[in-house]
Design a protein around this ligand. Structure first.
Ligand code: HGY
Ligand code: MN
Ligand code: MN
Length: 421
């Protein structure tokens, strides 16, 4: 599908996305984990291209890379566009990156057309949108919206570094997070791949996102006793993995029951299960699970957590181990995208002759946090077979360009309409 006469340069946009894709752990394409040297290398590329496009760049105290170009009427405040440049392990080339590159291309397209906005325009690469090694996601957008608290800053990654020290290491300042909190942003728009199958299966060009799912992340730790796998009789074991394996099955069963009730969406996943000491001839002494539960209805989260609490405690007792932790690491409520911005995005897609639909997001995004300080909305573009968080993740060049054009046209429309609001 070749989109002709889009008001931006699809090849230039594509080259930014592919340039970032080259910066990856070669053994695990595509991996650029937040706070790593590879992440900083990717950030340096983005910052260079921001500068080349005429943006002044800075890292705010929340660790976000921000490119800024002043508007004709600075008193009007800021319109911001962005996403994230970090990836999940063995992730894709488009999740987050397509949104950052879209912001950059919009700046160039406005420059090339000799257009200066009345509002100041900012392009933001948010720090650590993906769940980081410290156990927290959306670190930068939490910082920009006042939801990065001291407890979170004391989270530690397996090597022992605290999040506060990692934040400082990438240019943030954990002692001055108040300076990251913004009140001058009037609207935030994020382009993202759908990470689902709706757009592709219905041959649609773009999706206007209606809501973003709420995400609760819970850590559960079981402590038993490491023992010899050959000489320890079964009835004398305190096998932490037996309790953990039951807990994984419990997570799935409770989630299926809640999801089957309808009409609300409910899913839960155990994506991390760390076994210690993790040797074939040692009865596991300790297991740590990380549970990711998502729903459009917070009442279901409460029911899920209370059932999981009760039943995982019972699983510990049955395996003769201790459940030493049942901790909520983060809890973001579901968010409705701004209705007026959705109207603007739909009009932009229509004016560009694009086939569109409204749809909810089962993925979390920085836009969810940004909705706490300003009008916030998203555009999805199709990705092949809905695949994401895997190296097979793919979006067509013209599909990304079409979505970026919707954001561009919406930014120009908002530059006018926000003044009337
Ligand atoms: O996990 C998510 O939903 C997002 O991709 N970070
Ligand atoms: Mn992701
Ligand atoms: Mn993402």
């Amino acid at each position: 599908m070749t989109k002709t006469n889009l008001p931006l340069d699809a090849d230039r946009l594509w080259s930014d996305i592919m340039a970032l894709a080259d910066i990856t752990d070669p053994a695990r394409p595509y991996t650029r984990r937040s706070f790593t040297e590879l992440f900083l290398e990717g950030r340096a590329l983005v910052a260079t291209r921001f500068t080349e496009a005429g943006l002044t760049t800075r890292i705010d105290t929340g660790g976000n890379l921000i490119g800024r170009i002043e508007g004709r009427k600075p008193e009007l405040g800021v319109i911001a566009v962005g996403s994230h440049s970090d990836t999940v392990p063995s992730g894709g080339r488009f999740d987050g990156i397509a949104g950052v590159a879209t912001g950059l291309e919009i700046v160039r397209a406005l420059r090339d057309s000799g257009t200066q906005l009345d509002h100041t325009l900012e392009v933001i690469d948010f720090l650590a949108e993906e769940p980081s090694e410290y156990g927290l996601s959306c670190v930068g957008s939490r910082g920009m919206t006042g939801f990065l608290d001291v407890k979170m800053l004391d989270l530690v990654e397996p090597g022992g570094e605290k999040l506060r020290d990692a934040l400082r290491r990438v240019g943030g300042d954990p002692d001055r997070l108040d300076r990251a909190i913004r009140s001058d942003i009037r609207a935030f728009l994020e382009l993202h791949i759908e990470q689902g199958i709706v757009l592709e299966s219905q041959s649609l060009d773009v999706g206007v996102v209606s809501s973003i799912v709420g995400i609760r992340r819970i850590e559960i730790v079981f402590e038993g006793e490491a023992d010899h796998a050959g000489t320890t009789p079964l009835h004398l074991r305190h096998d932490a993995l037996v309790a953990a394996a039951n807990a994984v099955a419990i997570v799935r069963r409770i989630a299926e029951e809640l999801d089957a009730e309808g009409p609300d969406y409910f899913v839960a996943t155990v994506g991390i299960l760390a076994v210690e000491p993790s040797a074939s001839n040692i009865v596991p002494g300790r297991c740590r699970l990380l549970v990711d539960a998502r729903t459009t209805n917070p009442a279901l989260t409460a029911r899920f957590v209370s059932a999981l609490d009760r039943e995982s405690a019972a699983a510990a007792t049955a395996a003769r181990v201790r459940r030493s932790a049942f901790t909520t690491l983060s809890d973001g409520p579901p968010v409705a995208c701004d209705p007026d911005l959705q109207v603007t995005l739909r009009a932009a897609a229509r004016d560009l002759g694009l086939a569109q639909t409204d749809l909810p997001s089962g993925a979390g995004h920085d836009a969810a946090f940004m909705s706490r300080i300003c009008r916030s909305a998203m555009v999805f573009v199709p990705c092949r077979a809905g695949k994401s968080h895997a190296p097979q993740e793919w979006a067509d060049r013209d599909a990304v360009a079409a979505g970026a054009a919707v954001i561009l046209q919406a930014v120009k429309a908002l530059d006018r309409s926000l003044q009337d609001a």
